[in-house]
Design a protein around this ligand. Structure first.
Ligand code: BGC
Length: 413
């Protein structure tokens, strides 16, 4: 019963902007450096993964993991509109080759929150033309990289802007956001700087769903033959009280994208926590429940609930493409992972078609506006020396991956 199905993928994930370093041509880099900014600190060198990917992929494989989920960076591949960098594409070919040399399955995300600054200066995802621009980038990148890819993901968490509208307990001063945006517009000489996190969530949703379908075809037009899909952010939404807005929230935040997944080859599920929803919306953490560094409830059972929610609405196979916890206490990461995987076992026992578990994250990295403080990594990174130190949780997950089973399931609910 502790056993996972044979061929189950075990991996860890990163995203280009969070680990590569010096993503200077991206929209986020602009916003990190204007004043005021909502970013706690700029990304700068990050984990220098751009130069150290070979060592990092070797480390991942040495732990016993067989899958690496990472993103390619549009801002590097198309640094100016219509100008594609062969050198950047070659860089990602080397990353893919490093995966194969280490027996690691590469899962490639084409868009993980960051865009070229020129794309943001055009207005970003709110502009109808954005779909065409994204599809063309996907076509070009897939043509160059497709023969080495094993999975293609159009978007990472495209439903996040909609989810953020509900997350009231995240306190981001609106005036600072507005001023940051106008400074970013000035810095790039445009009227309305359009970053993924700043757009109108409804407009973004329509444009991105349409772009997703076209991008999947574009990704499949080149060499290689791989499943294509996207990864959705889901929380375990729990209704509190008879007038809870839980169902309305799910209908708004998840269901349009889950409907869009109907034709996909797979669905990536990304789950971290639960959320209690009352008559006025999100209630925030329940007093007394342990909190993570992100301020989320420590709630590993969310994974099971989210996989079940998705599987009831989407027929495609499910891969858990992100799950993890931000904590300085690595023993809590082990506990979180153990309980999350036990939940996945229960899903499998009920016949749900889950085919992989990818932990977030391989490395301690740049956690967007929160900077480097939250620690999600299986591997610690010393940002002065760039030295990597493997944490016990990495060995723990590696042992599970090697045996394809959870050794210490006893005691898990
Ligand atoms: C994102 C990651 C992020 C993680 C932890 C997900 O929303 O895909 O980029 O670092 O959650 O917050």
């Amino acid at each position: 019963m502790n056993q996972f199905p044979s061929g189950f993928l075990w991996g860890a994930a990163t995203a280009a902007h969070q680990v590569e370093g010096n993503n200077v041509n991206s929209d986020l880099w602009v916003m990190e450096h204007v004043q005021p900014t909502v970013f706690a600190e700029p990304s700068l060198d990050a984990c220098d993964h751009y130069h150290r990917f070979a060592e990092d992929i070797r480390l991942l494989a040495s732990l016993g993991l067989n899958t690496y989920r990472f993103s390619i960076e549009w801002a590097r591949i198309e640094p100016e509109r219509n100008h594609f960098s062969r050198t950047a594409l070659e860089h990602y070919r080397r990353m893919l080759a490093a995966c194969h040399e280490n027996g690691v399955t590469p899962m490639v995300t084409f868009y993980h929150f960051s865009s070229p600054r020129w794309f943001a200066a055009l207005g970003g995802w709110e502009r109808a033309v954005s779909g065409d621009l994204f599809v063309r980038y996907c076509e070009r990148a897939a043509r160059h990289l497709g023969d080495l890819m094993a999975f293609a993901t159009t978007f990472n968490e495209p439903n996040l802007p909609m989810l953020l509208r509900w997350m009231k307990h995240i306190e981001i001063p609106v005036t600072t956001v507005m001023r940051m945006r106008s400074q970013a517009s000035r810095a790039t000489g445009c009227d309305r700087f359009g970053c993924f996190f700043l757009g109108d969530a409804h407009k973004l949703q329509d444009v991105m769903i349409a772009a997703h379908h076209r991008a999947v075809s574009a990704m499949k037009s080149g060499p290689g033959d791989y499943p294509a899909g996207f990864s959705i952010a889901i929380q375990d939404e729990q209704a509190v009280g008879p007038k809870s807005k839980r169902n309305r929230k799910c209908a708004e935040v998840y269901d349009p994208w889950l409907a869009a997944a109907a034709g996909s080859d797979y669905l990536g599920v990304q789950a971290y926590t639960r959320c209690r929803v009352g008559p006025k919306g999100d209630l925030g953490p329940e007093p007394g429940v342990e909190l993570t560094q992100m301020g989320y409830e420590f709630w590993p059972e969310a994974l099971e609930a989210c996989v079940r929610y998705a599987s009831e609405r989407v027929k495609a196979p499910i891969y858990v493409t992100e799950n993890g916890v931000s904590t300085e206490d690595d023993a809590r990461r082990i506990e979180y992972t153990r309980r999350a995987l036990a939940g996945l076992q229960r899903c499998l026992a009920d016949g749900i078609d889950v085919r992989g578990y990818i932990h977030w994250s391989l490395l301690d990295n740049f956690e967007w506006i929160m900077g480097y403080r939250p620690k999600f990594g299986l591997i610690e990174v010393d940002r002065e020396t760039q030295r990597r130190t493997i944490k016990p949780s990495a060995y723990y997950l590696g042992e599970i991956a090697r045996g394809n089973r959870i050794p210490d399931l006893a005691g898990t609910r």
